[in-house]
Design a protein around this ligand. Structure first.
Ligand code: XMP
Ligand code: MG
Length: 178
C-alpha cells in the first residue's frame, strides 16, 4: 500500500477539506467585489485533487480549464517554461485564478502569469494548496498551508509520478529514495 511508504502526515484530509471551504469563501467574496467570473485554471497534474475539492465550495458560477507546463531542463535560462497543454477557453479580457499544488521557487508561476497576461487576461490571481516559504519574487494570493522545506507528496503531488492519489500530504520514508 502506498500508505506504508509515508513517514509522517503533514496535512490531513480533514484539514484540507476545511481549508478549502474557507479559501473558496474568501476567494468568492473577492471576485464578487469585481463582479467578474474567473476562469479557474488548474496546473496539471499536481493541482487536480486540490482543484476538485476547492471548486465544489464555490457557490457562484465559474468556468474551469487546465494548463500543463514544464521547465526547460539543462539550460541556463531558468524560469523558461514550455507549454505542454494550453487552455481551451480564451483568456482574453478574463480574470484568471491559477490553481497550483505547491510553490517552491515561484519560477513556474512567474512565467505562467506573464504568459496569461500576454494572452490578454485582465487579472491573474494564484491559489496554492501548499507554500514552501522562500525569498522570492512572487507570492500566492491565497495559500492553503505553509509546509517546511521538505519534499512532500500526496493530494496531487508525486514522487516519480507516484503518490498523487494519497488523500493527505506527507513526507516519504527516507528508504524510498534509496
Ligand atoms: P517552482 O520552484 O517553480 O516549482 O515554484 C513549483 C513546482 O515544483 C514542484 N515541487 C514539488 N513537487 N513535492 C512535489 O511533489 C514537493 O515537495 C515539491 N516542491 C516543488 C511542483 O510540481 C510545483 O508545481
Ligand atoms: Mg506542479
Amino acid at each position: 500500500m502506498i500508505h506504508d511508504d509515508i513517514q509522517k502526515v503533514l496535512v490531513t484530509e480533514e484539514e484540507i477539506e476545511k481549508r478549502c471551504v474557507e479559501l473558496a469563501q474568501q476567494i468568492e467574496a473577492d471576485y464578487k467585489k469585481t463582479g467578474q467570473t474567473p476562469i479557474v485554471v488548474g496546473l496539471l497534474k499536481g493541482s487536480i485533487s486540490f482543484m476538485a475539492e476547492l471548486i465544489k465550495r464555490f457557490e457562484s458560477p465559474i468556468e474551469i480549464d487546465f494548463m500543463k507546463v514544464s521547465s526547460y531542463e539543462g539550460t541556463e535560462s531558468i524560469g523558461d517554461i514550455r507549454i505542454d497543454l494550453d487552455m481551451r477557453i480564451s483568456a482574453k479580457e478574463r480574470p484568471i485564478l491559477l490553481v497550483e499544488d505547491i510553490i517552491d521557487t515561484g519560477r513556474t508561476l512567474v512565467e505562467v502569469k506573464k504568459m496569461l497576461k500576454n494572452k490578454g487576461a485582465t487579472d491573474v490571481k494564484v491559489v496554492s494548496l501548499l507554500d514552501k516559504p522562500h525569498e522570492r519574487a512572487i507570492q500566492a494570493d491565497y495559500v492553503g498551508f505553509v509546509v517546511p522545506n521538505e519534499f512532500v507528496v500526496g493530494y496531487g503531488l508525486d514522487y516519480n509520478q507516484k503518490y498523487r492519489n494519497l488523500p493527505y500530504v506527507g513526507v516519504l520514508k527516507p528508504e524510498i529514495y534509496e
